[in-house]
Design a protein around this ligand. Structure first.
Ligand SMILES: *[C@@H]1O[C@H](CO)[C@@H](O)[C@H](O)[C@H]1NC(C)=O
Ligand SMILES: *[C@@H]1O[C@H](CO)[C@@H](O)[C@H](O)[C@H]1NC(C)=O
Ligand SMILES: *[C@@H]1O[C@H](CO)[C@@H](O)[C@H](O)[C@H]1NC(C)=O
Ligand SMILES: *[C@@H]1O[C@H](CO)[C@@H](O)[C@H](O)[C@H]1NC(C)=O
Ligand SMILES: *[C@@H]1O[C@H](CO)[C@@H](O)[C@H](O)[C@H]1NC(C)=O
Ligand SMILES: *[C@@H]1O[C@H](CO)[C@@H](O)[C@H](O)[C@H]1NC(C)=O
Ligand SMILES: *[C@@H]1O[C@H](CO)[C@@H](O)[C@H](O)[C@H]1NC(C)=O
Ligand SMILES: *[C@@H]1O[C@H](CO)[C@@H](O)[C@H](O)[C@H]1NC(C)=O
Ligand SMILES: *[C@@H]1O[C@H](CO)[C@@H](O)[C@H](O)[C@H]1NC(C)=O
Length: 500
């Protein structure tokens, strides 16, 4: 008993220290938002950002926590020698200038994200920030920017070891502006940013660029497979399972204010199945990756809106204890090659919602095989960090099992939201934005931390079963799909514990 209490105290002391990783007070839970790159690449404009922003509000995505609207590469026309060499926004793409975009986003209650690069050029060959860190940071602060995604192309050799990569000065330049700007490092996992990223930034990419694909091997993203953590060439065209394998080795590096970034979401970009998007979103959520939507919100399909809107899953990502789940096991299957068709189980601790001393846990089962598979997660495996081989106290308790995908919004409801986004509503369906919002979780009104503390049923999921002591959760999982559960200590078990 004593030992258990002590470890809880140690964990909360760590939490208190970790909150201020870069001391800007941002990303205390993983950042959420939208970035144009995955769906639009270089086709950026004020219209795209503002149309998207207004739909993020109308569809209730803002009120689920998607806060930052992030402009990616290809927005400038270079520097102005008569104005301290500051960057100039492309006047055709951004006719009213960047400050106007920031103002508009702020008026909607959203944050404005900006893109630059730690090299001479951006990846799209626009002007980079190398040597201009101070003036660029000040320009963005003057415009009202709230977030910087900082890429790594053309860095002229300021990389190759951890010292060089971590010594770059953009973090200091952002800090010196006095404006809190979330710093999202995008050096693709080069030079092990999980070892030093938390000292300069709020998040760091762990791999080459994701693409809209579940598990296809692509030579441009080498190091595919279960042992591929020490990857010298990050590449691009990285599949979902490739990135998840890479994440599995470094989960302990995620902490409040400083997160492993698995890259922007591909949900809704059209090349994966619904099951694959469900698994992708579930995995990013439990690994505490930033959740940055990467699809065209203007043409979002109901099924994709319902994935991105699952508050019970987002609540795992935004859990106040800020600790990543870890992969407990992986089995390869017959239709496997190179670990891609593996079955895997992840679990991790969450803040308790029962008021007892025992953390809730998240349990994720991923089926990489091409057929539906009956999968299992034993309490002994789920709680292996609290005692090996089933010796953890929690293994001897009973646990309620809540299915976090059971209450996924129906296609009809998602269609209604999409068709009633205008203020006038939709006479055919009888819905308008207000009525549709009624039954949904609203994190603007009630933060995830508060909602969990109040046992909000929209966050807890659907109570499906109870696991008995030393028992096993069993689920049939779709091909390339996932099952995701929150488990909570039964109140009786908590009382028993107090009597000990
Ligand atoms: C700058 O860094 C200092 C020291 O780490 C910190 O106290 C402060 O909040 C930071 N300011 C901003 C705007 O990030
Ligand atoms: C460059 O800066 C000067 C001085 O502030 C300003 O008058 C001019 O309009 C700027 N040019 C562009 C293209 O922004
Ligand atoms: C250039 O920078 C200096 C010092 O930061 C500032 O006082 C001045 O207003 C800037 N000039 C322009 C044109 O932005
Ligand atoms: C939430 O539910 C748990 C388990 O039923 C209970 O112990 C706890 O008191 C509830 N909390 C609130 C605020 O209702
Ligand atoms: C759990 O699943 C694995 C992989 O399919 C299998 O090897 C194992 O026997 C199962 N265990 C139980 C208790 O069902
Ligand atoms: C109203 O909803 C229906 C059914 O979803 C849809 O077909 C129609 O386009 C919508 N009308 C407007 C004006 O949005
Ligand atoms: C939406 O519909 C409800 C119920 O019919 C109505 O009370 C409300 O005024 C409507 N809101 C808007 C913005 O149309
Ligand atoms: C969420 O709550 C906020 C604050 O109460 C409110 O302004 C907003 O309209 C709500 N959003 C939805 C989709 O109902
Ligand atoms: C919720 O769980 C109950 C069993 O506790 C089950 O009967 C019901 O079908 C579930 N609901 C959904 C939507 O899966």
């Amino acid at each position: 008993m004593r030992v258990f209490r002590t470890s809880i105290l140690a964990a909360s002391a760590l939490f208190a220290l970790a909150v201020h990783a870069v001391d800007n007070g941002l990303a205390i839970t993983p950042q959420m938002g939208w970035d144009n790159w995955n769906a639009f690449g270089c086709s950026v404009s004020e219209d795209l950002l503002l149309q998207t922003a207004s739909l993020i509000v109308d569809y209730g995505l803002k009120d689920l926590g998607y806060h930052y609207v992030i402009l990616d590469d290809c927005w400038s026309v270079g520097r102005n020698a008569s104005a301290n060499n500051s960057l100039v926004a492309d006047p055709e793409k951004f006719p009213n200038g960047m400050a106007a975009v920031a103002d508009h986003l702020h008026s909607l209650g959203l944050g404005f994200g900006m893109y630059s690069d730690a090299g001479k050029y951006t990846c799209g060959m626009y002007a980079g920030s190398l040597g201009y860190e101070t003036v660029d940071a000040q320009t963005w602060a003057d415009w009202g920017v709230d977030y910087l995604k900082y890429d790594n192309c053309y860095n002229e050799g300021y990389a190759g070891n951890q010292q060089l990569s971590s010594a770059r000065t953009m973090g200091d330049a952002l800090n010196a502006t006095g404006r809190p700007i979330l710093y999202s490092l995008c050096n693709w996992g080069e030079d092990y940013p999980w070892n030093w990223g938390s000292t300069v930034a709020n998040s760091w990419r762990i791999s080459g660029d994701v693409y809209d694909n579940w598990d296809t091997y692509d030579a441009r993203c080498p190091c595919d497979g279960p042992d591929a953590w020490n990857c010298e060439l990050p590449g691009f065209h990285c599949s979902i399972t490739n990135i998840m394998n890479k994440a599995s080795f470094i989960v302990s590096k995620a902490q409040p204010g400083a997160w492993n970034d698995l890259d922007m979401l591909e949900v809704g970009n059209g090349a994966m199945t619904d099951a694959e998007y469900v698994a992708h979103f579930s995995m990013w959520a439990v690994a505490k990756s930033p959740l940055i939507m990467g699809n065209d919100i203007r043409s979002i399909a109901p099924k994709d809106l319902s994935i991105l809107s699952n508050a019970a899953v987002i609540a795992i990502n935004q859990d106040p204890s800020g600790s990543s789940a870890a992969r407990r096991w992986m089995y390869e299957t017959n239709d496997d090659s190179n670990g891609k068709a593996a079955l895997q189980m992840w679990s991790g601790s969450l803040k308790s919602t029962t008021g007892g001393d025992y953390s809730d846990m998240v349990v994720l089962l991923v089926n990489g095989a091409n057929a539906p598979t009956v999968m299992n997660a034993s309490l002994a495996d789920i709680f292996i960090d609290s005692g090996p081989s089933g010796t953890a106290k929690q293994v001897k308790m009973s646990w309620e099992v809540y299915d976090l995908w059971a209450n996924r919004m129906s296609d009809d409801e998602a269609s209604a939201i999409i068709s009633s986004s205008s203020a006038t509503g939709n006479a055919t369906t009888g819905y308008n934005a207000t009525t549709v919002g009624a039954g949904r979780y609203n994190a603007t009104r009630t933060s995830y931390a508060e909602g969990l503390a109040q046992n909000s049923s929209l966050l807890l999921g659907n109570l499906t079963t109870t696991v008995q002591p030393s028992g096993t959760i069993v689920a049939t999982v779709d091909p390339h799909g996932a099952a995701l559960f929150r488990i909570r200590a039964l109140p009786t078990a908590v009382r028993k514990r107090d009597e000990l």
